[in-house]
Design a protein around this ligand. Structure first.
Ligand code: GN1
Ligand code: MG
Length: 375
């Protein structure tokens, strides 16, 4: 980390309240978009309090002020619901701490936009599933999140990234990336481009029905990666859903599909050895079970029947985004090495292929659980 960043960071920290005696900060490496730090303070009784300081990536989130309005609206709403349900609002949702100037973000001189959240103690995140139970628990957390927000005034939410899960629009973005070939790397990715172009007809299945009775618009999370759930150290259950930047009107199928893409993959999102990449039917089943348990009542028959398709589509969409970013020259996702986005795209497409091969089994699993739960 360069000295310039360090000096700036102390200035940023000073723009927020003095929660105690400042001890120091450390960077957190998770997440492909924002920069995150844990900042520590010593309290009067000698205990240590932690806060989460984040720089919002304004290249990705062009309107951070609107974004923070969404986040504050949603977290205040959740806080009330959690309180009324007898839960602990300090641990079961995030709290935004305003800067000293009273705004819920701090705009630095260099245009960086910063915010501070509580750090939820005694929790852990999971980056790779090793037990079906944990995955079921994540499904309950995300399903419950959608339920709690079911009566949130959806019209008050800004689209923090317009067309975020609009797959036809993502397909079009990929076509443009290929045409422009800004990085000159298109020829390294010809099989992947062909793979994507062969699946154009899948793209509009959800968007064609979105907003109708079959797939109603809901307040959805839109980034339901497994590591966006904090698990309670004591109970080992999903406790708090985090990363609320993309909470927007969307489809429950987006949330379901993206969870499967990441969590039911038998390998990491950027596994290079494609023979390790496959869809775990066991994990898929656990997630369907948990998701229907938590949110099934509010899902339509079309939505339930499209769960396997959503797993495929959201995986495909994410693959197209990684591929497009590789061809555009890595302008969106953080990367650790030059081919990282291409590797991620290949992993997603391998998973799409495996989902296609297991499609009938996935449908049978959904049908079985649907029957068991009387949906
Ligand atoms: C990004 O920030 P993070 O890592 O939770 C991305 C998601 C992708 C994901 C792929 C705002 O999420 O859409 O699915 O990477 N977030 C945004 O790992 O683009
Ligand atoms: Mg995110």
């Amino acid at each position: 980390m360069s000295m310039i960043v360090e000096t700036n960071l102390l200035e940023i920290i000073k723009a927020f309240p003095d929660f105690g005696k400042y001890i120091g900060y450390k960077p957190v490496s998770e997440g492909h978009i924002n920069d995150t730090y844990i900042v520590e303070y010593e309290m009067e009784d000698g205990s240590v309090s932690r806060y989460l300081l984040q720089r919002i990536n304004v290249n990705v989130f062009k309107k951070p002020v609107e974004l923070m309005e969404n986040v504050c609206g949603v977290t205040s709403f959740l806080r009330e619901k959690i309180k009324n349900n007898g839960g602990d609002p300090t641990r079961e949702t995030l709290t935004v701490y305003p800067a000293k100037d009273g705004k819920n973000y701090y705009m630095a001189e260099d245009g960086g936009c910063w915010r501070v959240y509580n750090f939820v103690d005694d929790t852990f995140t999971i980056s790779e599933i090793t037990s079906a139970d944990d995955f079921r628990s994540a499904a309950l957390a995300f399903g419950n999140f959608t339920n709690l927000l079911a009566d949130y005034p959806i019209d008050t939410l800004y689209d923090t990234i317009p067309n975020f899960h609009n797959t036809p629009s993502r397909f079009n973005d990929l076509k443009i990336a290929v045409e422009n070939n800004a990085s000159g790397r298109k020829n390294n990715a010809l099989p992947e481009i062909e793979f994507a172009f062969a699946r154009e007809k899948d793209c509009s299945v959800i968007t064609d029905l979105l907003g109708t009775d079959k797939i109603p618009l809901k307040v959805t999370h839109n980034d339901t990666k497994l590591n966006n759930v904090l698990f309670d150290k004591e109970t080992k259950k999903g406790l708090c859903v985090v990363d609320l930047d993309t909470v927007m009107p969307g489809s429950a199928l987006y949330d379901f599909g993206d969870s499967i893409r990441f969590g039911a993959n038998t390998a990491a999102e950027d596994e290079k050895d494609l023979s390790k990449v496959s869809l775990s039917l066991e994990y898929f089943k656990a997630y369907v079970d948990g998701y229907l348990e938590a949110a099934g009542e509010s899902l339509t028959e079309t939505e339930i029947d499209l769960l396997p398709f959503a797993a495929k589509l959201l995986t495909f969409e994410c693959g197209m985004r990684f591929l497009g970013d590789y061809i555009n020259g890595d302008v969106y996702f953080k990367i650790e090495y030059p081919e990282h986005n291409l590797v991620r795209a290949r992993t997603q497409f391998k998973l799409v292929e495996d989902i296609e091969a297991k499609y009938d089994e996935m449908k049978a699993i959904v049908d079985e659980i649907k029957k068991l739960k009387n949906f």
